[in-house]
Design a protein around this ligand. Sequence first.
Ligand code: FES
Length: 117
Amino acid sequence: MKYQFEHHFLVCTGARCNREDRGEERGEKIQETLKDLNRELGRKATVRVCKVSCLDLCDHGPNMIHYPTGEVYSHLDRDSARRAYGGEMGDGPVAEDKKLELQDEGQRSEVKAGQRP
Ligand code: FES
């Protein structure tokens, strides 16, 4: 059997990405927003928008990873998450401003200078 999903968006809803003080822009709300968008666009059969408990990138949250590209998007809110989703799905321009560039070493190092929003 071939696994049916072609894309995964893993949205962190861990404690730090989902802090209450982020209000409507926390991980849980971002995941719900993208899940709704995905359904509205009729992609539910081939695209999954999943919750994950932590991506070990807490300092940069709210975070999301797209597969199969492995691209990490950070410092997200609902609007920029929609843009990141749209860019990966070919609906619009790639959200370059939200990509997290990690150094090779263990992928837990600092972002490049000047990348913080
Ligand atoms: S809580 Fe989101 S990356 Fe750790």
